[in-house]
Design a protein around this ligand. Structure first.
Ligand SMILES: [Zn+2]
Length: 249
């Protein structure tokens, strides 16, 4: 049941046939874990908080640096040196006091991750390195928690959804079997801030759709966004029967 203040706050959602009061109640009950409070995590967290996702857990162990501000739009110049996760918690609570926001300020290893997944309906991977992506995929697969992966480099964005509740679904490791960081990354190749913002916003959009029960069109897909031409390419990610994570062992 939504309070009067929530009926006003979410009035533009309530007008949507596909969302309405029923969908808003689902958002209020939802528990989402967002890992990485950088360029993807900034818009993803802000949109999910604004949308009324009732329980957000945000995870990051970095402090804000000057070079982050070109794309990590949740933060301010006078906040450099502070822990991002603390800054983000304050920002989200100011944006929407109706929701709960919990912080994880350390780098999670597998045992802690497994415990956190018991409290999560959905995970957003907003990180920027391959070993962490592989760890997140593995624990989400083992815990049967759906995972939305976003990435961006230069003018290009990637978006995928892995439904770990579905035993026939592919996983991130089926698509990217290597745990080694690619030679190209944002630190040495650069990235346009607005492209990261697009991809983080789309992670939030897909999360909202999945929570309220609107079919995701990125399940088992790699969607590639070209920020120069605004064109999309879509590739199916097939389940690898020999995958070390989701294949038959
Ligand atoms: Zn797999």
């Amino acid at each position: 049941m939504l309070k009067d203040s929530e009926l006003i706050r979410y009035s533009r959602h309530l007008l949507l046939d596909d969302l309405g009061a029923h969908g808003q109640a689902k958002l209020k009950k939802a528990k989402v874990l967002i890992i990485g409070m950088g360029g993807l995590g900034s818009p993803a967290s802000l949109y999910l908080a604004a949308a009324g996702v009732g329980s957000l857990t945000i995870c990051d162990f970095d402090s804000l640096e000057l070079s982050n501000l070109q794309r990590q739009i949740a933060y301010q110049s006078d906040e450099i040196g502070s822990a991002k996760v603390t800054l983000m918690q304050q920002r989200l609570k100011k944006l929407n006091p109706e929701i709960s926001v919990r912080c994880i300020a350390n780098k999670m290893e597998e045992p802690q991750f497994n415990l956190e997944l018991l409290l999560a309906d959905l995970v957003l991977d907003c990180t920027d390195n391959m070993p962490t992506r592989q760890l997140i995929n593995r624990v989400c697969f083992n815990g049967k928690v759906p995972l939305i992966v976003g990435a961006a480099i230069r003018f290009e964005g990637h978006l995928s959804f892995f439904d770990h509740k579905d035993p026939d679904a592919a996983c991130y490791h089926c698509y990217a079997p290597s745990s080694v960081d690619p030679q190209l990354n944002c630190s040495n190749s650069g990235v346009l801030g607005a492209v990261v913002g697009v991809m983080g916003s789309l992670q939030a959009l897909e999360a909202i759709k999945i929570i309220v029960g609107i079919e995701s069109t990125v399940k088992n897909k790699l969607k590639l966004f070209d920020g120069k031409t605004l064109q999309w390419q879509s590739f199916t990610i097939n389940k690898d029967p020999n995958c070390q994570v989701c294949g038959k062992k």
